[in-house]
Write a protein that binds this ligand. Sequence first.
Ligand SMILES: Cc1ncc(COP(=O)(O)O)c(C=O)c1O
Length: 450
Amino acid sequence: MKTKINRREFISAASLAGASLAIGSPTIARSSFGATEKPAILGGTKAFSGKWQGWPIIGPIEEKELLDVLKSGQWCRLGSKTAPRFETEYQKLLGVKHALGLTNGTNALYTMLGALDIGPGDEVIIPPYTFIATYNAVVLHYALPVFVDSDIESFQIDANKIEASITNRTKVLMPVHLGGSPADLDGILSVAEKHKIPVLEDACQAPLAEWKGKSVGNWGLAGAFSFQASKNLNSGEGGAIVTNDDNFFKNCYSFHHQGQGANSASLVPGTGTRGSNFRITEFQAAILLAQMTRLVEQTKLRSENADYLTKLLYQIPGIYPAKLYKGVTRSAYHLYMFRYDKEKFAGMDRAKFIKALESEGVTCSGGYGKMNKESYVTDLAKNKHYLNIYGEKTMKDWLERLNCPENDKLTEQAVWFFQNMLLGTKEDMEHIAEAINKIYKNAAEINKKV
Ligand SMILES: Cc1ncc(COP(=O)(O)O)c(C=O)c1O
């Protein structure tokens, strides 16, 4: 059972996560950075006047790997060497039995669901606080996406609320390791086991994140990763599926290769072939091999900086860094996420806070909206195919099941920093804290004048 944790427990959980990376003790956190300075939005000097690390980082190794593929004339994975090389390296890095490269993360999710023969009439449980691709992968199979509310403290799916959403149509639990931090895998796996429902991890934001010392993607039946341009491992577009299940791997291979290939022509004997072409290109695999040479080191640096930033921010009233569950031994920190409580900032709304922070040179975002309430999701209840498959009553009930009150609050309070900002120095983290402190100390004046 998940219990709410207090500040002290949070700090010890955060230090524990850092300890797994064998980092030294961070410098003593000083909460008063910037407290006496004038905020930039009121004409003061910026807290951060440098440049955040650009993304991607490119070196001679990218050039060599790409040129090798180019000159070889072998640009497609069939009969190739580069994609299998990438898959072997990725599989070893994550300590998992199989890895399969794909065109992108969305198709990795779609393929995992396809390999389980998910289709019309099936329900798939997902969180509302995620990128739309998690939802799209379900809907493309004409299955019904069922949202389970967020744990506002961690930004992850609330594992304690999953069971109440399970019906006899539930065929998959698809949690997301949002921001690169593992969801509550103990809670999720225990419900899954009890109801004999497979877990497919949307680990698109979380390469090298670990739960109890083992990489995410190892815990469910399989996990999907994205290598889209913003991601910690980047090939512009790209994706992977990892699994320890031999048979599931074969089915994924088959689905991503026109229902053919490695093994079979049928996912489930006697059901006919289902599949498409989601094969990774040799160019993608080449870039990934090059980018992977820096991934471990970058992940360690992000984690050290994030731990330090958490210690600094945790001392500012009204700023609540996203909680890491006790089982988290490493976050990939694709995003650094925290909640902003405007009541502690003289009632200044989040948009003004973000504007003030941007003025200080600190890039940030308000994150995801209320996906479960957007018409591009709710209009599914009017979709002719869904009405044909599920009928009016089920779709009307579905609209009512979309309610996620904690997620509503979360989407109003969230603020994000991006992974590249965590590739800087400890001083950069201090500048972020300095910027927020300035805004905190001068909140009433900013709120009045801006
Ligand atoms: C949580 C999540 N799931 C799925 C995806 C889809 O990945 P891709 O953009 O590679 O298709 C993303 C990418 O942004 C993501 O963040």
